[in-house]
Design a protein. Structure first.
Ligand code: ATP
Ligand code: MG
Length: 754
């Protein structure tokens, strides 16, 4: 309205409005759970559009899940009161990077029709490579190599750039060669894995300044949600893209950083102010989501973490129920308890959709699912074994992929003998071998070999039929709807018949899934669009709205909120997980605690935590003790009851003396104070390897900075503290640390000692 404040700004508090209206220049919103960060980001997007500062295609917005992206799109539409045609560059890091890569695929030797491999395909490919290289799979597992690959890619490292010592991380010094081979195979297959999406983007921007400049002109405003969980590759990508306009707004919460295990770096928050000098930092302190008790319990818990920036949080929502803690006998009793509570919530007028059950690990879900199914309690699993990962769905996709691109060997291998065509493992091995030595695809090799005597008898006839079928389907694909084609392919290949004849109890469900698949395909205009969607729906996604309780992992619950949240399995070794305990250090334990913080802060009105005394873990009964996180919540905000007698005395709450108004206190950790002191002294203490990496990419050169120090210089290292340089070897330093002793460190990891 002329003169007046636009409607969408009403209802924001002053700090939120400040963050929305400060559209020019870099902005970092650093704030606790439920303070309206996502709301600020959405409103900001609406504001930019409504004030005509940019058109929808000039915005780049990244969120954590496709669901969050969809929600943001629809909320922006509502805010500015007109249908937003679509913000084409709004999505997850992966989906936006995939879009960019398709436009410039040739710059990294791919065709724009490249396939995106999932984890399963990736493993299959690694297996092939290890076999071809004669590497013992038992000793050096494909899975291990897969996780190394992910780690490098998350750090933005191409084979040439992995650190020398990483070569020795696999197969006696062959890690880099294998990484190279793997990338080479992907190129031949015209495929890339998830990590490549961003990595290829970085390579393209680095090697083609004109392309980058083009994106600089295009993207006038950049917006990033859940910034604390970006990994190095994502960070570098953002930084490159934001160099154009410098109008970047990131929102995040260091206390909710829960993807460290996937390479996320909470330090990206600290780097922001260094990379974007003059960045406006906005802090939001009022929580609009939860009651005083929920916030108090969560805020108290998280103070046990040492490495945090510290923040203030408060709510006007006083009163309400304390966080409930329940001890149960075993997992079955726990499932019964949760189901009973859900039913009584609904009897009291609530809805199933109000409810979320958040577990630490997927295996915990089964007990709840069993119980819910028995009671007919409506529920959905978010991020569980998802539809697109089911074997029959993947088989069907393999047929379609192979029809679309004959060079897709992984698809070829998957279905060449499914259903059975008499083409046994030996024949498949022969094909793979021939394909490798002739450097052609397996389809190509097959075409050749059916004309020779390499393959005989049943295998030969089977292969001939298969190839003929493929040719026919490819022809029909030209002038047929892709969902119709899918139906025909599944029929003519004998695939549907295979399941119809199958007598196992799952067969009927599989046939239903195939029908559902054809239906789902119909929702997309082209086969390409459909396959792209399949490749990108992340395992965190699958939510459909309805009157159902939601069952999901804590990781999948990020950014969401529910009136009633159940947090089962709060036991040592379950949560915190055995793995985090085994690792011993504080880092992984602190990450578990942040996960607990995320869990509690999903609740708006009620949070119910439970633990059991006995747990069947991997087929064995074990008696377990309540999670330390239960003890770490301030007693004032918690009400504990136990049906096992184990917890009746309330031992957990003795000696817990958090401030009564924990939810209103300011926590400032030593880490944060050190950081502030370093900032004040004009020191940049956090750059580390990322900086080197960024400079490498930005300078387009292979040599990072080096040789800044001389023997005798005093330096400071984040982990080892103060020390004196003893020896310099390129980018490597030998430093005698005052407390930690003599260590070899990377130069870019140290700073001048103040
Ligand atoms: P998280 O850290 O969990 O992602 P967040 O900071 O992104 O949380 P939002 O999800 O944006 O928080 O907001 C939390 C809740 O508070 C939402 O229901 C939102 O609509 C509401 N909210 C945010 N700001 C306001 C406000 N100024 N007035 C009323 N409600 C608000
Ligand atoms: Mg949010």
């Amino acid at each position: 309205p002329p003169g007046g404040r636009p409607r969408y700004l009403e209802g924001l508090n002053p700090e939120q409005r400040e963050a929305v209206e400060a559209v020019d220049g870099p902005v970092l919103v650093l704030a606790g759970a439920g303070t309206g960060k996502t709301r600020v980001l959405t409103t900001r997007l609406a504001h930019i559009l409504a004030t005509g500062r940019a058109r929808p295609f000039e915005l780049l917005a990244v969120t954590f899940t496709n669901k969050a992206a969809r929600e943001m799109k629809s909320r922006v539409g509502q805010l500015i009161g007109e249908a937003v045609e679509g913000v084409p560059w709004l999505g997850t890091f992966h989906s936006v990077a995939a879009q960019i890569l398709r436009r410039h695929a040739e710059l990294v030797d791919l065709k724009s029709s490249f396939t995106i491999l999932d984890t399963d395909d990736q493993l299959r490919l690694i297996k092939q490579i290890l076999a071809a290289e004669g590497i013992d799979e038992k000793r050096w597992t494909p899975r291990h190599f897969g996780s190394l690959l992910d780690g490098w890619k998350n750090k933005g490292l191409t084979p040439a750039r992995i650190p020398e010592e990483d070569r020795w991380a696999f197969a006696d010094g062959k890690a880099r060669d294998l990484y190279e081979l793997y990338q080479e195979r992907l190129r031949v297959l015209n495929a890339c894995d998830f990590g490549d999406l961003l990595l290829h983007n970085l390579t393209i921007f680095q090697n083609n300044r004109d392309v980058l400049a083009d994106y600089h002109r295009r993207f006038k405003y950049l917006l990033v949600d859940e910034y604390q969980d970006t990994n190095v590759a994502q960070y570098l990508w953002l930084r490159l893209l934001a160099q154009g306009s410098k109008n970047i707004c990131c929102v995040g919460d260091d206390d909710q950083s829960i993807y460290g295990w996937r390479g996320a770096e909470v330090d990206n928050i600290l780097r922001f102010e260094n990379d974007f000098p003059g960045a406006k930092v906005v802090r939001l302190e009022r929580n609009y989501r939860s009651t005083e008790h929920i916030l108090g319990a969560a805020s108290g818990l998280i103070t046990a973490n040492k490495s945090r920036l510290g923040k203030t949080l408060w709510t006007e929502d006083t009163g309400g129920e304390k966080v409930q803690v329940r001890g149960l006998w075993d997992g079955e009793a726990e499932a019964r308890f949760v189901a009973d509570e859900i039913e009584s919530h609904v009897r009291g007028g609530g809805s199933y959709a109000d409810i979320a059950i958040l577990v630490r690990a997927a295996w915990q879900m089964r007990a709840f699912e069993d119980r819910f199914i028995m009671l007919g309690l409506p529920y959905k699993v978010i991020g569980g074994p998802r539809f697109f990962e089911r074997a029959e769905v993947r088989d069907a996709h393999a047929y379609l992929r192979l029809i679309r691109s004959p060079e897709d060997d992984l698809a070829f291998e998957r279905i060449v003998n499914t259903p059975k065509r008499g083409i046994g493992d030996t024949s498949v091995q022969k094909l793979a071998q021939a394909a490798r030595s002739a450097r052609v695809s397996m389809s190509e090799a097959a075409r050749l070999m059916v004309q020779t005597d390499e393959i005989r008898g049943k295998a030969r006839t089977g292969l001939q039929h298969f190839l003929r079928d493929l040719d026919r389907w490819r022809e029909r694909a030209e002038d047929m709807r892709h969902d119709e084609l899918a139906e025909i392919v599944l029929d003519e290949s004998g695939y549907t018949a295979m399941w119809r004849e199958d007598k196992s109890p799952q067969a009927a469900g599989r046939l239903d899934n195939l029908k559902e698949l054809v239906r789902a395909m119909g929702e997309y205009d082209t086969l390409e669009a459909y396959l792209e969607h399949v490749a990108l729906v992340s395992d965190l996604d699958r939510a459909e709205d309805g009157e159902e309780a939601s069952l999901m992992t804590l990781h999948a619950a990020k950014g969401l909120e529910f009136p009633l949240v159940f947090l089962p399995g709060w036991e040592e070794t379950v949560f915190p997980s055995q793995r985090s305990l085994d690792e011993g250090g504080t880092a992984s334990l602190e990450e578990e605690r942040r996960l607990a913080y995320v869990g509690i802060t999903r609740a708006r009105e009620r949070a119910i935590i439970s633990f059991t005394a006995n747990r069947m873990i991997f087929g064995r009964w074990q008696s377990v003790i309540p999670s330390r996180f239960i003890d770490e919540m301030p007693a004032d905000h918690v009400e504990a009851k136990s049906e096992t007698g184990y917890y009746d005395a309330g031992p957990g709450f003795e000696g817990v003396s958090e401030p009564a108004d924990a939810f209103r206190s300011t926590y400032e950790s030593p880490g944060w104070k050190r950081y502030q002191a370093a900032q004040a002294a004009g020191k940049r203490r956090d750059p580390g390897v990322i900086e080197g990496q960024a400079q490498l990419i930005e300078s387009g050169g292979m040599n990072g900075p080096g040789g800044k120090y001389r023997p005798g210089d005093r330096v400071f290292h984040q982990k080892f503290g103060y020390g004196t340089v003893k020896q310099c070897d390129g980018a490597k330093l030998t430093v005698a640390f005052d407390k930690a002793g003599t260590k070899k460190v990377v130069e870019s990891f140290v700073g001048d000692a103040p």
